[in-house]
Ligand binder design. Structure first.
Ligand SMILES: *[C@@H]1O[C@H](CO)[C@@H](O)[C@H](O)[C@H]1NC(C)=O
Ligand SMILES: *[C@@H]1O[C@H](CO)[C@@H](O)[C@H](O)[C@H]1NC(C)=O
Ligand SMILES: *[C@@H]1O[C@H](CO)[C@@H](O)[C@H](O)[C@H]1NC(C)=O
Ligand SMILES: *[C@@H]1O[C@H](CO)[C@@H](O)[C@H](O)[C@H]1NC(C)=O
Length: 962
């Protein structure tokens, strides 16, 4: 296949380094003996791949090239004809409207347009070449089996979107919200450009738009209107504003309107700021309303989305234009529509995965690993799962154990002990597979041999094996499109489980990463094992003493424990676009889904290892829909305050992408952390679904017990987290069954407040918990807004139960000394809790509790979902609903799951008019169990266990307090 045109095309993507034809590295024997501090047995005196092997062609992205021709200026666009309209949509033929411009490729003469009213909330627009030519990237159609295309379903009678088009001056189309006349997407005033390896269209946006998504990236939640969102899976250590590991060509846009007239133009944020959002002193209702919609561009190719003040330009390197519009009109409705009907609902997670996870690169042997787990317990810091990075592997080869430091002989002892404490183990597993040195029989590697015999690895265009380089040396890469690829991977997992009883998989380097450009190992495999073309953190020659950020303002004795640290600034590196799949597909066309596919294969593997149980996977590279199999962590962040902040918008973006199981390397990965940062961060991450502390090799240790202040801050936040596990689990079940989100932006729950549109320093866990963390050093207060007050919402302090006194729309200063994270409960909610145990297994044996936070009119509701915590299809479940009104809480229990835990306590917040006699099912509750505080308006009932012998959820019950 011809692949030269895109190089001449001065391609747009800002972060491609490996985007070039295969070129083999010229080996130079450096004779450099390396000793790795952490893993003495792992590297011997070996050949080091020259750094130049990782340097790609220097391609200046179109958007950064002042000389680049603007396709909009020179291309003719298309004219539509042969229109056919049906009840379910329309189709037409698009013909080039003038002389081909051939600006970055060859113009496609004839296209087809197909518009479908797909359902009650979804409209689809598809534009593709009329005659598909398989050798042309812009003719590339995504196989259904790879990324399913949302199909027309049900009636579209209620669809609030309409499609319009015109040929003046060339073909354009728009999508309008029928009920308000608001044009949510229009290409009017631009030309459609459709060339081989270059597809461009432009849609207009209102001024000051509120747009979210288009990931993965490290960025504030709301995308700026002068910003290029590049989407191309890259192995890079969390650079700000650039493309990262995952590809999510989806956005949510919210428009605010005057509540009194939705047919007016959307309101501009700048105008609203000028009049302080227009809240009158005694207003009892927000004067604003909003409407949200979503857009999914089902395209796997590298793309740039150029966000300008009044429009966005979409440029891709190929594939169809396959757009899906979701009508909302609320944010939760958009997310629900996107997940339910387009990409799939997020996986339900096992209960244990919500416990605390401890990891680092640099746990050196079974003994040390065990001592980490023991020390966590000695400090009484809950700990569910211990993780190992690549240290455990034999020379960094998948499905092995280092014979010296993690010998198989140590496995039984370690795991019998770990599992007897109801604790778990999750290993890292890398994407690349070591290719053994054929001249050295002792270098044999069975995983490779079996895969090679089954033909499961990527090839070069000439059919030879594609050989890149990753941690173990020269490597090959599984081809998930080969007929045996998934089966081979599943079998490797099943066999390895017999040796190492893991509980889940952490799949890394899945972009798919390679440390050199092209098939650099071709002809060089006899040098294996080789060393990567850069030194590793802590390696001889790369020891940098790295003071913690803000060192001069922290306790100097702390830094004395800092031994060494270094940040690895790795360039983007990946398997090259001409690597070829078994079915002839080139990596060029499917690069962005390699990580999605290994997640799928690993899901199959875990199902084989644990039949009927929910697989637990944390993956690095994700695509739209990966959430139905896996969670994600934020990648290689740094131990800096800024990265702690960025964890919030990153998590909220992954809520939009349908991957709620998200968390970041708490206390920071690269570089040295310090007590203050780690304390704040351990408390913040306690409210993220995936809660893990992880650290780079050779940075100072950062387990929460390393500092007494961090230990105590962690214990206090974990006490809240573990109390709320039933709530978290219920939220996940709702996400899994309805497409709702778990971590939520304030704007999504409070759609009538335009000033919340960009808030990403606070967040909600589900609808009912508001978290306002400290995100900067050396302060003991934090500013935060209490959303919804304008519409009569109330909030209660988690710690005191007192109702918050704050003004609507005003940033309030909140006391937050080190060790305290401000957390609030939303009035109108009933939260199920359970007394925390050391592990989630222990917690699940403890008495239940309820927090009933009354709204201003004395009402509250909530729900609880219970099952065995691990089955894919539980044979019995419990669905419990809570409703409080007029001083009475009604509990309605449905389902067959047996749970015998009693009800321990009930706390009612926001009592109006004090408390009368407390009765359970009409029977008075002993006053010794009742504590009514008139000053704080909090009623606490405790020691209720004997009243619910046999279990809190044995049947319906009623509690009254008036
Ligand atoms: C999009 O916005 C940019 C920047 O404001 C402007 O230069 C360009 O003409 C606009 N393009 C179209 C097609 O409207
Ligand atoms: C847009 O961003 C670029 C790059 O950061 C900057 O140089 C330029 O001044 C910005 N333009 C506007 C109008 O803010
Ligand atoms: C709403 O605004 C539109 C556009 O400004 C105007 O034409 C219409 O009369 C308004 N309707 C009401 C009820 O105020
Ligand atoms: C494990 O590693 C630690 C830290 O390097 C070391 O002190 C200890 O001797 C090792 N233990 C074994 C059994 O190898």
């Amino acid at each position: 296949m011809a692949r030269t045109s895109f190089l001449q095309a001065s391609v747009l993507l800002s972060s491609f380094l490996s985007f070039t034809h295969a070129q083999s590295a010229t080996p130079t024997q450096l004779g450099w003996s390396t000793t790795l501090n952490g893993t003495p047995t792992s590297f011997r005196s070996v050949f080091t791949i020259p750094a130049s092997a990782d340097a790609g062609a220097d391609v200046l992205p179109n958007i950064q090239d002042p000389q680049a021709v603007n396709a909009q200026d020179v291309c003719p666009g298309y004219k539509a004809s042969q229109l056919r309209e049906t009840d379910a949509g329309l189709s037409a033929v698009l013909t080039l409207a003038g002389k081909p411009c051939n600006v970055y490729g060859t113009d496609v003469e004839t296209l087809t347009l197909k518009v479908e009213f797909q359902s009650k909330d979804r409209l689809a627009v598809n534009i593709r070449p009329a005659q598909l030519d398989a050798s042309n990237s812009s003719h590339w159609v995504i196989p259904e089996s790879l990324i399913p295309r949302p199909r027309a379903e049900g009636s579209h009678a209620d669809l609030d979107l309409e499609f319009d088009w015109s040929n003046e001056p060339s073909f354009w189309f728009s999508v309008t919200r029928k009920s308000s006349g608001d044009i949510i997407f229009t290409t009017k005033g631009s030309h459609l450009v459709y060339e081989n390896q270059f597809v461009e269209f432009v849609n207009s946006l209102p001024e000051d738009y509120n747009l979210y998504g288009l990931g993965e990236r490290i960025h504030g939640l709301k995308l700026n209107n002068n910003f290029t969102a590049t989407i191309y899976a890259a192995d890079v250590g969390d650079p700000i504003d650039r493309n990262l590991y995952g590809s999510h060509p989806f956005y949510l846009e919210t428009r605010y309107f005057d509540a009194s007239n939705k047919t007016k133009k959307p309101l501009k944020q700048s105008d609203l700021h000028q009049r302080s959002f227009g809240y009158e002193p005694n207003a009892s209702k927000s004067p604003y309303t909003s409407a949200s919609h979503g857009v999914y561009y089902r395209n796997l190719h590298g793309m740039d989305v150029v966000l300008s003040p009044s429009n966005m330009t979409w440029r891709t390197l190929g594939g169809e234009i396959d757009l899906f519009f979701f009508d909302g009109p609320t944010q939760p409705a958009v997310t629900n529509q996107y997940q339910t009907s387009a990409i799939g609902l997020p996986a339900m997670q096992s209960y244990w995965t919500f416990g605390y996870h401890q990891c680092r690169w640099g746990y050196r042997n079974w003994t040390e690993t065990r001592s980490i787990v023991e020390t966590m317990r000695a400090f009484n810091i809950p700990m569910e799962t211990i993780w190992l990075d690549i240290d455990y592997m034999d020379q960094y080869r998948d499905f092995t154990l280092d014979p010296v430091t993690f010998p198989p002989s140590g496995v039984a002892d370690f795991f019998d002990w770990l599992h007897s404490n109801n604790q778990h183990f999750v290993p890292i597993v890398d994407a690349a597979i070591y290719i053994p040195n054929p001249t050295n029989a002792s270098d044999a590697y069975d995983t490779y041999t079996r895969g090679n015999e089954s033909g499961v690895f990527l090839t070069n265009p000439d059919g030879s094996q594609y050989i890149g380089a990753v941690w173990p040396g020269y490597t090959v890469f599984p081809d998930w499109m080969s007929s045996n690829g998934v089966a081979w991977w599943v079998k490797e997992m099943v066999e390895w489980y017999k040796e190492v009883p893991f509980s889940g998989f952490w799949v890394d380097m899945t972009e798919v990463s390679s440390f050199c450009v092209g098939s650099c190992g071709t002809g060089n495999v006899t040098l294996n094992p080789v060393h990567p073309p850069f030194s590793l953190p802590g390696e001889v020659g790369n020891v940098v003493f790295d003071y913690p950020e803000g060192f001069n303002i922290t306790n100097a004795t702390e830094a004395a424990s800092a031994s060494a640290g270094a940040s690895s600034d790795l360039a983007v590196h990946a398997v090259s676009p001409n690597a070829t799949h078994a079915n002839g597909m080139e990596e060029y066309d499917v690069h962005n889904v390699w990580g999605h596919q290994i997640i799928n294969a690993t899901y199959q593997g875990l199902l084989s290892v644990f039949p009927g149980k929910r697989p637990f996977i944390i993956g690095r590279s994700t695509f739209a829909g990966s959430g139905k199999w896996a969670g994600h962590w934020g990648g290689d962040n740094a131990s800096k305050w800024a990265y702690m902040f960025f964890s919030i918008p990153q998590a909220l973006s992954f809520s939009l992408f349908g991957i709620p199981m998200f968390g970041v390397d708490t206390c920071g990965f690269n570089g040295n952390t310090d007590a203050e940062l780690c304390s704040r961060w351990m408390q913040l991450s306690a409210f993220f679904p995936f809660y893990r502390n992880h650290n780079v090799l050779s940075a100072i240790s950062q387990e929460p017990y390393q500092w007494e202040s961090v230990a105590s801050a962690s214990r206090s936040a974990m006490h809240i987290r573990y109390s709320l596990l039933p709530y978290m689990y219920t939220l996940f079940h709702q996400a899994h069954t309805t497409g709702s989100t778990v971590m939520r932006a304030l704007a999504w729950e409070f759609p009538n407040e335009p000033q919340l549109a960009g808030v990403d320093t606070q967040f909600l866990l589900g609808p009912s918990i508001l978290v306002t963390p400290v995100l900067e050093p050396q302060v003991d207060t934090v500013k935060g807004v209490f959303p919804g007050l304008i519409d009569g919402e109330s909030w209660y302090d988690w710690y005191t139960g007192e109702r918050v006194k704050a003004e609507a729309g005003v940033n309030t200063t909140i006391s937050a000394p080190l060790g305290h994270i401000p957390v609030y409960v939303r009035g109108g909610s009933v939260l199920p809790t359970q007394e925390p145990g050391y592990t989630t297994t222990d917690s699940r044996k403890n008495p239940w509790g309820l927090i009933v936070a009354l709204s201003a009119d004395g009402e509250a509701s909530g729900s609880l979902y219970v099952d065995d915590g691990e089955s894919l299809e539980p044979s019995a479940t419990l669905d419990i609903s809570f409703a409080a009104v007029s001083g009475q809480l009604k509990v309605d229990v449905r389902g067959e799951f047996k749970d015998n835990n009693t009800l321990g306590n009930v706390t009612v917040l926001g009592l109006t008019g004090g408390c009368g006699p407390v009765k359970l099912n009409g029977q008075p509750v002993d006053t010794a169990k009742v504590n009514c505080n008139q000053d704080t308006s909090v009623l606490k009932l405790s020691g209720l266990n004997d009243l619910t012998n046999g279990g809190a959820w044995q049947g319906n019950w009623t509690l009254s307090w008036t």
